[in-house]
Design a binder for this molecule. Structure first.
Ligand code: CO
Length: 135
């Protein structure tokens, strides 16, 4: 059911330092920061030949990333995103198997303008999983 790894998202405490590190030290193609007030994050996309990295930094007081960085002050992997062709079919199959979908259970528009859902990390080996419909 799941397809390609769409991205790995890394929460970073110092966005400028992380941008410089990926661009200058690791030699990656790093995009411009994008503020996403609806999600409480500033995102930087990094294009790799086979997937993407997303640097996440808190935006606003109620950012979901702020709590993560409080627990992980040096930053850390926040979630991984798998592609699916039909997000509603994927959700129904996962819920039937007992997996918990975060929030209302309805897809939201994600950072790439496509429908996304998040799955409870306790149901997936401690890893927050995002599904993105790319079909
Ligand atoms: Co993501």
């Amino acid at each position: 059911m799941i397809g390609r790894l769409n991205h790995v998202a890394i929460a970073v405490p110092d966005l400028a330092a992380a941008i410089a590190q990926y661009r200058d030290t690791l030699g990656a193609r790093v995009g411009a920061p994008q503020d996403e007030p609806d999600h409480g994050v500033t995102v930087v996309f990094i294009d790799l030949p086979n997937t993407k990295i997303e640097l996440l930094h808190p935006l606003g007081e109620a950012s979901p990333i702020a709590g993560f960085l409080a627990k992980n002050p040096a930053g850390g992997i926040h979630h991984i995103c798998y592609e699916v062709e039909d997000i509603l079919a994927a959700r129904d199959r996962l819920q039937a198997a007992g997996a918990r979908v975060l929030g209302s259970g309805e897809p939201k528009t994600g950072a790439h303008g496509l429908p996304v859902l998040f799955l409870h990390p306790k149901d997936f080996n401690g890893c927050l999983v995002e599904l993105e419909q790319v079909g």
